[in-house]
Ligand binder design. Structure first.
Ligand code: PHE
Length: 453
């Protein structure tokens, strides 16, 4: 049953919503520790290059696919090439991947919510810094605390989605994105003025190419996909709400640049803190929950008010960034349930809350009571993350580039990207070449690297 699809209100609304999807835990939580594990500035350079040459063209392809089909990610391809069932698999993936990701993503969202709560009550300032890592380990391995936080986080995201595209998603993103930038810049300033921070700044700014292995190249590209929300249906779905007059290349570039900038700012905010705290930069996902509070705690005695305020600033940024991303993931499923299954928006939100909530419960427990349950050496959380980000997302991104670059005709793609020829786009041949040949080739390369190296 077809309903009239909503539209974003303006170009800035499109950029805010898409940047809301893109800027998330990937920037604050994953990017800094990837930089840490892969040798600093050299990794950042490769990351920037990968974003411009491979990810941005795929981003443009996803927005164009969404807008041309004016339907959710599940049916975009089959709507443009009806009469064959060949693209149903890609459609099914486009529903499954965001649901899987939102299940474990909201577990980390819950952790950030808990840490925001701890910051507000001044918990870090009054704790001995040496206890900070232990507090994190004890929290994530407990049962009820992380579960409640996870469900609360997911419920808040579902509530925004239930309000609708314009009244919920657009309004919330318009509020969050500017605030996020202010918060992270404030945090950067605080962080680089910490004693001992200069080592961290140097680490971020001096490239050491000897540390770059083929594996780190693949990670840079994979991280840039994840960070731009590619291969998960989110951008295709948001693309379907973009007005026919919008210049897709301009809004895609605007989104990618904001995302890149935010990742760099987050790196700047976190790495100096990591070095000032004397923590190993390759410490993994716990980095922001251990190193950053460590700083607040160790500075607490000297300047309790400033430390307490910045703790709130930092974790508020993490929660907001995570929420706008999780919202875009939920929207994929809700749009499908509403359009294809005729479910009211709020009922779709409730259903997804129950589904993702339940899978998330298992992910959360895999840090505690279920930690001994392993598949291929991975706990449930790691298994979900690995399957989604290293396999499924790549398959869907690959199919999307093949569809836009090889199944749709060049004229159709040009027609969509140039708004039926009205937007003057001299770089179209370059964009098309990148979508058609370069992007799929690189996706294949990452896939091979992930499995062979
Ligand atoms: N791009 C988001 C981030 O960087 C994560 C995300 C993944 C959002 C998938 C939407 C879809 O954290």
């Amino acid at each position: 049953m077809e309903q009239k699809r909503e539209r974003f209100g303006s170009r800035m609304a499109v950029i805010y919503a898409m940047a809301g999807s893109a800027i998330g835990l990937g920037n604050i939580w994953r990017f800094p520790y990837m930089v840490g594990e892969h040798g600093g500035a050299a990794f950042i350079l490769v990351y920037i290059l990968a974003t411009l040459v491979v990810s941005l063209p795929i981003f443009i392809a996803e927005v164009a696919l969404g807008r041309r089909s004016r339907t959710g990610a599940d049916g975009a391809m089959s709507k443009l090439r009806p009469g064959t069932r060949r693209w149903n698999f890609a459609g099914a993936l486009a529903i499954f991947i965001p649901l899987l990701i939102s299940s474990y993503y909201s577990v980390i969202g819950g952790w950030s919510l808990e840490y925001l709560g701890k910051s507000i009550t001044g918990a870090f300032v009054s704790t001995d810094p040496e206890n900070i890592p232990g507090i994190f380990d004890a929290f994530i391995s407990s049962v009820w605390g992380p579960l409640l936080a996870h469900l609360l986080f997911l419920a808040a995201c579902a509530a925004v989605v239930a309000l609708g595209v314009k009244a919920g998603i657009e309004k919330f993103s318009k509020l969050c994105i500017p605030v996020l930038f202010v918060l992270i810049v404030a945090m950067c300033i605080y962080s680089v003025t910490l004693p001992g921070a200069s080592v961290g700044v140097k680490y971020l700014l001096t490239p050491d190419f000897s540390q770059l292995t083929p594996r780190s190249l693949a990670f840079a590209l994979g991280q840039s996909f994840f960070s731009l929300s590619l291969g998960m249906g989110a951008i295709v779905t948001y693309g379907s709400y973009v007005s026919g007059k919008e210049n897709i290349v301009v809004s895609s570039a605007g989104t990618s640049i904001s995302d890149l900038l935010f990742a760099l700012l987050a790196g700047m905010a976190i790495m100096p803190a990591v070095f000032a705290a004397g923590i190993e930069p390759g410490a993994g996902p716990g980095l922001i929950f251990q190193s950053v509070p460590y700083i607040f705690s160790s500075m607490g005695a000297a300047s309790p008010v400033i430390s307490a305020v910045f703790a709130v600033v930092f974790f508020l940024a993490v929660v907001m960034a995570a929420m706008t991303s999780c919202i875009s993931l939920l929207e994929v499923g809700v749009s499908w349930l509403q359009e294809k299954k005729g479910l009211a928006r709020w009922k779709g939100c409730l259903l997804l809350f129950v589904l993702c909530g339940a899978v998330g419960v298992l992910c959360s427990l895999s840090f505690g009571p279920l930690s001994s349950f392993k598949v291929a050496g991975m706990g449930i959380f790691d298994l979900c993350d690995w399957t989604a980000s290293n396999i499924l997302l790549l398959i869907l991104a690959f199919l999307t580039t093949v569809f836009v670059g090889h199944v749709l005709s060049r004229d159709e793609v040009r027609d969509e990207i140039t708004n039926h020829g009205t937007a003057n786009l001299r770089i179209f041949p370059l964009i098309y070449f990148l979508i058609k040949w370069v992007a799929p080739l690189f996706i294949l390369l990452i896939f091979i690297t992930n499995f062979i190296l």
